[in-house]
Write a protein that binds this ligand. Sequence first.
Ligand SMILES: Nc1ncnc2c1ncn2[C@@H]1O[C@H](COP(=O)(O)OP(=O)(O)OP(=O)(O)O)[C@@H](O)[C@H]1O
Ligand code: SF4
Ligand SMILES: [Mg+2]
Length: 347
Amino acid sequence: MKTLPRNTLLEKNTLPERNILPERNTLLEKNTLLERNTLLEVRDLEISFQGIETVTVLSGISFSIKESETLALVGETGCGKSIVAHAIMNLLPPESRVKGNIEFRGKSLSGMNEKEMAKIRGREIAIIFQNPSLALNPVYPIGHQLVEPLYVHQKEKKKTALFRAALALKRMGFVNFSECMNYYPSWCSGGMNQRFLIAASTILNPALLIADEPSKGLDKKCITELEAELKNLKMERKSALLLISHDLGFVQRLADRIAVMYAGEIIELANSSSLFENPLHPYTRGLLNSLPEKGFIPIPGFSPPLNSLPSGCRFHPRCPLREKRCIRVHPEIKETGERAVRCFLYP
Ligand SMILES: Nc1ncnc2c1ncn2[C@@H]1O[C@H](COP(=O)(O)OP(=O)(O)OP(=O)(O)O)[C@@H](O)[C@H]1O
Ligand code: SF4
Ligand SMILES: [Mg+2]
């Protein structure tokens, strides 16, 4: 078994709380306080997969994320949330076709080659993948997987890298963080691996963290620790967050704005408080009504398969408010005040 070098600080399992993260550009931080700049801009994103038939899985996806802002993507399974995340990371399979534009700090990510993208992945934009067991390398201990990005991206010295790795584990609630450094992923539960992955994804202090179902498989205590860590990323480290989750309570506690997706489209985008207090789109209303505290009333029917979408509004077969035109005409997303809604009921 490969064990990590001895480090007395780690062996004591006691780490001071001092922040040893690399210094950020103070000018940028001042700007952030006065006026937050747009970090990520997704415009008219359309993604199809070519196979026996070509299936368009996302269309007309537009949103932006500002520095230290949290935007959540919610919606039923299969609506395209993870594909949005993979498109931002430029990690779509070769059979995919992408239209539209994704810009990060004003630079198009779609036009970047692998070498340019490798500089951005991990350091500038990090992702917590939906399936932690696939994201961790089974043949290396956790500590190795935590220190590696510090060596590669920040040329960190061994002692500091080990210290930062242990601190990242401590932040994720591991009391025995020094032993954990030598654990292999196969020795650990799904929840532990999820927390290792979160520690690995946030260790480089990314400007944007994409978290795809980060609370899945975690118990209540771990979810509370995860929330604290994500809030810390935003408040202290000024990271922005694209949060993908089925857990609407978790989303409500963390997100500044929420984009609701249905069958490959965004159907409503609003401030978190407005969305929860006054959902406009009939699908958003249905989604919130299906929460236990709202009476647990499910939306009748199912999401349509993406290779056979209904005509007109994609939600019309399930919509209690549909009109004749909803069956024939596809509604565009329109801005009404501070939010955007894709429904004929709103001008
Ligand atoms: N490589 C692929 N080829 C063809 N279709 C794909 C491919 N990858 C994903 N899809 C389809 O794209 C759609 C969106 O998938 P995605 O994984 O983004 O859904 P999701 O909203 O993240 O769902 P969940 O909440 O279950 O994670 C699904 O219908 C899925 O079957
Ligand atoms: S456009 Fe029509 S069918 Fe679609 S959500 Fe609005 S009212 Fe319902
Ligand atoms: Mg997903």
